[in-house]
Design a protein around this ligand. Structure first.
Ligand SMILES: C[S@@+](CC[C@H](N)C(=O)[O-])C[C@H]1O[C@@H](n2cnc3c(N)ncnc32)[C@H](O)[C@@H]1O
Length: 217
């Protein structure tokens, strides 16, 4: 998705490069930390796992995951070099790589887990489908993609934030069954794990998408 304000071919974390220095403050105030902890608990990362975060932004979930399971190899990826520079400053020694989620530089079947937090609503429909196919490719059979994002079965009854988000063009591809449908089309076995109204994000929905094959490690 092109951000004319910044002339990028991706929508940056805070919507505009100028606001990036405030992203961590803002996202914490919006409740992202609890979302990260919930997603991490669902992911079941173990020692020896290779874990990619797609759209890691300033690296908060990547850092949380690596510190929670020091014996895993956790790699944060994002197309935004400014966000990655912040992540690297925050956590020297943790791996961050510049990459688009629809074009990952990792070999087929090389990841046990892929994490995506509050990222898919930054993508248009075509890119989301490409991301589903690309994460399927990099996951080993039995590997899992874990997603937390704004959307899912969101209705105006979820409150003022939901009513605002329901009007946003970015959210359209995250609403209702759109994400599970897209993930199943890419070949994943997909479940909605949790969905709850959220005071500032409208509604947050969590999905687990498993690449069929060998039992998970
Ligand atoms: C709202 S931020 C979320 C950052 C982080 N996951 C978190 O939970 O704080 C969305 C991120 O998606 C990234 N992004 C946008 N387009 C992307 C793409 N095509 N592939 C991967 N990441 C992308 C942006 O650069 C931004 O860092």
């Amino acid at each position: 998705m092109t951000s004319l304000a910044n002339r990028h071919d991706y929508l940056p974390a805070a919507g505009n490069d100028l606001f990036l220095p405030f992203y961590d403050l803002l996202s914490r105030a919006l409740g992202s930390t609890a979302v990260h902890h919930t997603l991490l608990a669902q992911a079941g990362i173990e020692t020896g796992h290779t874990v990619l975060e797609i759209g890691c932004g300033t690296g908060n979930l990547t850092v949380l995951a690596q510190r929670a399971v020091p014996g895993a190899d956790v790699i944060g990826t994002d197309p935004d070099p400014r966000a990655l520079a912040r992540a690297e400053r925050k956590a020297p020694g943790i791996r961050f790589e510049r990459a688009y989620a629809q074009d990952l530089p990792h070999p087929d079947g090389s990841a046990d887990r892929v994490l995506s937090a509050l990222m898919l609503h930054h993508l248009d429909a075509e890119t989301k489908a490409a991301v589903a196919a690309e994460t399927f490719r990099v996951l080993r059979p039995g590997g899992r993609l874990h997603i937390a994002d704004i959307g899912g079965p969101m209705t105006p009854a979820d409150g003022p934030a939901a009513r605002r988000y329901l009007r946003s063009e970015y959210l359209r591809g995250n609403l209702g069954d759109a994400l599970p449908t897209l993930l199943r089309a890419a070949g994943f076995d997909t479940e909605q794990v949790l969905s709850h109204p959220h005071r500032t994000l409208g509604r947050v929905t969590y999905y687990r998408a498993t690449r069929p094959g060998n039992a998970g490690r």
